[in-house]
Structure formats: structure tokens, C-alpha cells
Design a protein around this ligand. Structure first.
Ligand SMILES: Cc1cc2nc3c(=O)[nH]c(=O)nc-3n(C[C@H](O)[C@H](O)[C@H](O)COP(=O)(O)O)c2cc1C
Length: 222
């Protein structure tokens, strides 16, 4: 028996426990726990999340950041997890500002594909249930960080109660994908395109971003 699968649910609604999005994501998390996973929940509104300054400190020295707030401990949790459930309400066809601020602060994850080998599921709720752009964006974030996108679910507020069964499926699939180390034909092409792009960039900027250049060398990617 190996180490238990670790799942981190990151929920971006200011309504926290009363959030429709969280209700769905929580059903997915509970399914993960029932399948034997260790799970943890972080509500982004509980954290202070400052905006990225684009100072590039985290590229010069891995994960270095002049902003002292709740982000670094969360980035560490993301690195420790095998799977992430990213849950956000649809705010004007996007993730919430708190989730976007977290993504911006994780730009080192994108340069160094730090979520490689991990799996991401997306959960969205909205007034309309028209959330394709938001789910696509969550998948895009996963891929740019090197992760597989296991699947996503969205529901209008009215359809949240009846959508819980689908959320359970999302959770079950996430744990199964992790245990099977499932690959997704089609996604590998997208991830490899990101990898090639950043390989060129990391080589071109090696004097500016020595920490990330060393990371790429250590991975044997250069
Ligand atoms: C700032 C803001 C923007 C929103 N934009 C949209 C939108 O573009 N489309 C939509 O269908 N619902 C939109 N909504 C409605 C929320 O997505 C919806 O109420 C959602 O279920 C709230 O999730 P929560 O209960 O998890 O906080 C918006 C709500 C807010 C506050």
C-alpha cells in the first residue's frame, strides 16, 4: 500500500461554507475522501492574497516573493497535493479575483511546470449555468502548470442540488486518475507545447532567471 492520495480543494467564493460552488466541490471532496484520499479545504477569502508585482523575484530564486501574506503556504500545499479541486463561482465569465490573484502569484509554477504529474478538477457555479469559458480557463491553468485536467463540472444555482451526483463522479474520477496515473491523449500535446515555449524562454532568460534555469537543468529538461 502506497501513501494516500492527497487532494486539496481550493474554494474561491466569498460565501465560504454557504457557497453554491463549495457545496458542489464539497461533494467531490467527500467522494475523494470516501475513496481513501487525504483531503484538505482552503477557502481563499480566509487568506490575505496580494496582487503580483511582476518583480520576477520568484523566477530569479524559486518561490522567493517580497509579498508576505497567505500565498506561499498555499503554494506549498499545492506542491504537496496529488490532485487539486479548483472551485470558483463564475464572475463575469471568469474565475473570481481571489483565484486569479492566486494564479498570478503562482507564475513560477507556469515557468517550471510545477504541477507536472498532478491532476486538476474544476467546479463552477453561476446564475446562468453557462460556464464553458470559466471551466476552459481552469483547464488552461492546469495545462500551463503541466498538470492533467481530470474533468470539470458547472451548474446554475438552481441546478446545484441535482448536480451533486455529478460532483461525486468528478471526485471519484480525480482519485481514479491519480491512482492509475492516467494520461490524456490530446492534453499531452497542449502541455508539451507549453513545455517547448518555456524551454526557449528559460534558455533565453537564463541570466535573468538563474533559479528557474537551475530547476530546468536539475529536471534534465535542458
Ligand atoms: C461579481 C459577480 C459577477 C457574476 N457574473 C456572472 C456571470 O457572468 N454569469 C453568470 O451566470 N452568473 C454570474 N454571477 C452569479 C454567480 O456566479 C452565482 O451567483 C454563483 O452561483 C455564486 O456562487 P457562490 O454561491 O459559490 O458564491 C456573478 C456574480 C457576481 C457577484
Amino acid at each position: 500500500m502506497g501513501a494516500p492520495v492527497k487532494i486539496l480543494l481550493i474554494s474561491a467564493s466569498p460565501h465560504r461554507l454557504k457557497s453554491n460552488t463549495f457545496l458542489l466541490a464539497e461533494a467531490a471532496r467527500q467522494a475523494c475522501a470516501a475513496a481513501g484520499a487525504e483531503t484538505e479545504v482552503v477557502h481563499l477569502p480566509d487568506l490575505e492574497i496580494k496582487f503580483c508585482l511582476h518583480c520576477e523575484a520568484c523566477h530569479r530564486e524559486i518561490l522567493a516573493c517580497p509579498l508576505k501574506d497567505g500565498v506561499r503556504p498555499l503554494l506549498d500545499k499545492m506542491l504537496e497535493a496529488d490532485g487539486l479541486i479548483l472551485a470558483t463561482p463564475n464572475y463575469i465569465n471568469q474565475v473570481t479575483a481571489s483565484m486569479k490573484a492566486l494564479f498570478d502569484r503562482s507564475s513560477h509554477f507556469i515557468h517550471c511546470l510545477r504541477l507536472s504529474g498532478k491532476y486538476v478538477s474544476g467546479v463552477v457555479s453561476s446564475g446562468s449555468g453557462r460556464d464553458k469559458e470559466v471551466l476552459d480557463y481552469l483547464a488552461h491553468y492546469a495545462h500551463t502548470c503541466g498538470a492533467w485536467y481530470s474533468g470539470g463540472l458547472s451548474a446554475s444555482v438552481a441546478a446545484v442540488p441535482e448536480s451533486r451526483a455529478r460532483a461525486v463522479e468528478i471526485g471519484n474520477r480525480l482519485v481514479a486518475d491519480i491512482k492509475e496515473k492516467r494520461g490524456f491523449p490530446g492534453q499531452d500535446k497542449i502541455i508539451n507545447e507549453h513545455r517547448s515555449h518555456f524551454k526557449r524562454l528559460i534558455e533565453a532568460r537564463k541570466d535573468d532567471w538563474p533559479g528557474e534555469y537551475r530547476y530546468w537543468q536539475e529536471q534534465g529538461w535542458l
